[in-house]
Design a protein around this ligand. Structure first.
Ligand code: MOS
Length: 701
């Protein structure tokens, strides 16, 4: 590590002040008074903002139907407390330590009401939201009743996944610097463009006066897809105090103020014929949202597209709580949804006494069951079969509890994985010029690198197209002033950025050819073209969009996970010595960064299955899990061998390079594969995550 990758908080800004938020100590009620006198006396404190003196923010529109990434945010404009930890104040001081110390001296007095926290108490108030993270709330085909009555085996099971919080290496941080009416914001954001618009909407600052910079981001995972309250507080303070302000939120605030994954309760019903054809499948999801904003995770989405069944019902319901607003988290929808779907498929295979891979192959759809579109590519069967070969699946015994080593029960499990690959429009600029060693190229675009290797794949793509050595390609990203991209999210980053880079480089070569007077047909390298055109420098921009052909197809990445577990039943100890995964994602731009994405996903999948859970105190709505000390993520000792294989796949439709998404595929279905392996080892179906030792020891049929 060299420290060269500077995160948002690390930019030295002369004369900067430090902001530190004050959090509510109740989850529901009204602020009756707020005492800032002690805080104001602290040396170095410049301002203490509360609802009494904060600027008036733009009104937040109907938060259900509006784009969450760009809608304005209103902070400190109310005395109402809607969730624990909500910012009720913002202290600004000369140093970080002074601001933090003073923030602890701000005293809120409240009129408390009973917070709505407990899932079981409020689940009956669930209602149908307008949409499930932009997807259809409900879908239905055929009749579940018919499908279930035609089945020779039926299942009716409920699965549950807990609240989780994002824990990227880099917590959120923002610096706001005004120069006259021009605003520069250094922000840990996955989305430069959307963050700029959200700021513009919040403060009525024209977009062209705002520049958002994020050259490096230490992980996003969805948490950094929208600008949260601290971003707006920092800008507000910089505006009101006429000095730059820097805010780095704490690991504790990462648990309470920047969104979370919802607890999803998922009711699955399956019917199948005795030879393994699905006759019916339903996936009914109920989850919680905030009292003032609806976000419904689309956990049932994966069930709509994965298997062929004539009768299907998928629904999403939400109910209001005093828990902070949920948001996107790596593979939103698929991560909790695949746990329910892929465990249920395993349970049905077991009920039918069929191999789980054979059962899945029997129900492989020809076209996307959701909309009838053909798949741009779908190599799920190859992923399962090749994965099975490499893993040694044939050694698995169908009957549980058959494989014992000393005091350990050994089990094998698998699950199929799928993640939408929503390729997006993106722009890019190339500048060609001569340096000491020959032709060089600079690529510029408002893309982000959230630790995924964006710099690398952009440079590689340009080097390949222009035929210039990769060390003579300079990549500048992380600046909203550069050509617009869709940002890093939804696993579309690599495919969208690389397609734009390839397009702009090819466009540059075509433009150069037109400038050449003689025959240029044999010239292919950018250097030859530049020389033939007698140019010392040249630049051009391009925008690459999904083609009409691309839109005719359904785009998904596929994979399969195979897991070996060792279970000590007396202690409830579970070891995962080995995970083997196959992925089919079209063109792999870079084996190393692609593999790294899948490995990261698998590690988080192990966390999802085994340890991760945000726990709230039902009485107070406060967080029991407040830091890494109690919110457990997997560490090296929890992770055994991980083997990742890419199944060669050519996708001729999705985009010009045939690149599908990888980032979120890796985590999808890992938890199901682990739970299925635990069943194979022990005969115990673990349907509520995380699978703690206590749940395993206390297991009842
Ligand atoms: Mo992803 S949840 O779009 O960062």
């Amino acid at each position: 590590m060299t420290g060269k990758a500077k995160y948002s908080a690390e930019f030295p800004i002369p004369n900067a002040l430090y902001g530190f938020p004050v959090r509510s100590t109740i989850a529901a009620g009204t602020i009756t008074d707020i005492d800032t006198a002690e805080a104001e006396k602290v040396e170095g404190v410049v301002a203490v903002f509360t609802h009494k003196n904060a600027m008036k923010f733009n009104q937040v529109p109907d938060a259900e139907s509006t784009n969450k990434m760009t809608m304005p945010k209103s902070v400190l404009n109310t005395t109402a407390v809607k969730s624990y930890g909500q910012y009720i104040g913002f202290v600004v001081a000369e140093t970080f330590e002074q601001a933090r110390y003073a923030a602890n001296l701000v005293k809120g007095t409240y009129q408390k009401t009973d917070p709505k926290i407990d899932f079981d108490t409020y689940v009956d108030t669930a209602y149908k939201p307008d949409n499930a993270n932009g997807a259809a709330t409900d879908t239905q085909r055929g009749s579940m009743e018919d499908g279930m009555s035609n089945a020779s085996k039926t299942l009716d099971i409920t699965y549950q996944t807990p609240i989780e919080v994002h824990n990227p290496m880099e917590p959120h941080a923002t610096i706001a610097v005004f120069d006259g009416d021009e605003l520069t914001v250094y922000d840990a954001t996955q989305m430069l463009g959307a963050t700029k618009i959200a700021i513009s909407n919040t403060f009525n600052i024209p977009q062209e006066k705002i520049r958002v910079l994020a050259p490096y981001i230490g992980g996003g995972f969805g948490s950094k897809l929208r600008a949260w309250d601290h971003v707006m507080l920092t800008i507000m303070a910089a505006k009101m105090l006429d000095r730059p302000v820097k805010t780095a939120i704490t690991r504790q605030m990462m648990q309470t103020n920047v969104g979370l994954r919802q607890l999803n309760r998922q009711h699955m019903r399956l019917g199948a014929t005795s030879n393994g054809k699905l006759t019916a499948m339903s996936h009914e999801v109920v989850t919680h949202t905030a009292v003032d904003e609806v976000f419904a995770e689309q956990a049932g989405f994966i069930t709509r597209t994965m298997y062929d069944t004539p009768n299907q019902l998928v629904t999403h319901r939400v109910f209001d709580t005093n828990i902070q607003v949920p948001t996107w988290m790596r593979a939103p929808g698929e991560t909790p949804g695949s746990f329910a779907l892929e465990c249920a498929m395993d349970e049905m295979a077991d009920a039918l006494q069929m191999d789980p891979i054979e059962f899945r192959i029997k129900n492989e759809p020809k076209n996307n069951p959701l909309d009838g579109k053909p798949f741009s590519s779908r190599s799920l069967i190859q992923c399962m079969q090749e994965g099975a070969d490499k893993f040694g699946w044939s050694k698995r015994k169908q009957e549980p509890r058959q494989n014992k080593k000393d005091n350990w029960l050994v089990g094998y499990g698998m699950a199929a994985a799928s993640r939408a690959a929503p390729y997006q429009e993106s722009s890019s600029r190339v500048k060609l010029f001569y340096g000491d060693d020959g032709l060089e190229a600079a690529i510029e675009m408002a893309a982000t690198d959230i630790g995924t290797g964006t710099y690398t794949i952009i440079a590689q793509t340009a080097a390949h197209s222009l035929d210039i050595p990769v060390d003579r390609i300079t990549v500048t990203i992380g600046d909203s002033d550069l050509p617009v991209t869709p940002g890093s999210g939804g696993s579309w980053g690599a495919g969208s950025f690389a397609s734009a880079v390839d397009a702009v480089c090819e466009k540059a070569k075509d433009a150069l050819k037109k400038k050449i007077t003689g025959d240029s047909t044999s010239l292919t390298a950018a250097d030859e073209l530049m020389k033939a055109a007698d140019l010392k420098e040249f630049q051009i921009e391009a925008t690459e969009s999904p083609s009409d052909d691309s839109k005719k197809y359904a785009h998904f990445s596929y994979g399969a996970h195979f897991v070996e577990v060792w279970v000590d039943e007396d202690l409830g100890m579970i070891k995962i010595p080995r995970v083997l995964s196959t992925s089919a994602v079209g063109t792999v731009l870079n084996q190393k960064t692609a593999r790294s994405q899948v490995v990261g996903g698998i590690v988080w999948g192990i966390g999802q299955a085994m340890t991760e859970e945000t726990t709230l105190d039902k009485r107070y709505g406060s967080y029991v899990t407040r830091t890494f000390a109690d919110y457990h993520v997997p560490v090296n000792l929890d992770v055994g061998d991980i083997e990742v294989h890419f199944i060669p796949e050519i996708d001729e439709h999705i985009n010009r390079l045939g690149v599908k998404g990888i980032g979120e595929l890796g985590i999808t279905s890992v938890a199901a594969a682990i739970a299925n392996a635990i069943y194979n080892a022990t005969g115990k179906r673990m349907r509520t995550l995380p699978i703690t030792p206590a749940k395993l020891v206390d297991y009842k049929e």
